[in-house]
Design a protein around this ligand. Sequence first.
Ligand SMILES: Nc1ncnc2c1ncn2[C@@H]1O[C@H](COP(=O)(O)OP(=O)(O)OP(=O)(O)O)[C@@H](O)[C@H]1O
Ligand SMILES: [Mg+2]
Length: 247
Amino acid sequence: MTAVIKTIGLDCGYGKLAVVRDLNISVNEGEVVCFLGANGAGKSTSLLTIAGALPTIAGYVEVLGKEVKSARPHEVARRGLAIVPEGRGLFYKLTVAENLRLRRHRTSAVDLGDVLAYFPALEKLLNRRAALLSGGEQQMVALAGALIADPKVIMLDEMSLGLAPIIVEQLLPVVRRIADERGMSVLLVEQHVRAALRVADRGYVLAHGRVVTEGTAAQLRRDAEILEASYLGEQKATDEAEAKGLI
Ligand SMILES: Nc1ncnc2c1ncn2[C@@H]1O[C@H](COP(=O)(O)OP(=O)(O)OP(=O)(O)O)[C@@H](O)[C@H]1O
Ligand SMILES: [Mg+2]
């Protein structure tokens, strides 16, 4: 198994302040790995460091077989890593088609037709400005934009933020299909723990900057209740309220 993302003893954070310590995670070719943890645990900080957008404080990060040197995000992206950041990272004044065209590069083997096959709802929205789309549609554009760049690895940071659970339940299986059909690897930060564990192969749980649990998705699904009670804050209560149709 080839690791496309690997961190060894990684400390990362802001300035000299490490908010994540001794992170040892890997994502192998074709795997969907979820990265769980309560608000403020350090998930986004880890993703930004892996992408080369934040410098490491200590330890080692490797993406697609090469060390990530601090603050070289463009170089890491060229290697084949796409990140959909918190907040989706769209150009809101531009249309859907323009957003996608911007993300595609000359050598990309993925074209508009390929991404529309995964997100058919975007077809009739191609000429609409991104700002005028629903949250779920915007998230489809963000995912489609990552896909059309033809990466080998995609990191998704809370793509479900602000979306109705039913939309999340629809989008996550598409992520799985993309991984299976395109051989792409995915590192998935997700607050909808159970939904994420249904599509993932493995997962890590981060609490206060440290990995506290890791395992296969099946193992983590079995422990979901304990995880939610101990590390994932209010998520269980939220899930229950959603299930009862209260929110
Ligand atoms: N620019 C920054 N400067 C200093 N500290 C920061 C900065 N950004 C985040 N932090 C702190 O780093 C810690 C980890 O934040 P991070 O955003 O990585 O958490 P997260 O797991 O992604 O949380 P969430 O689920 O809320 O997105 C938090 O304590 C946060 O306050
Ligand atoms: Mg975050």
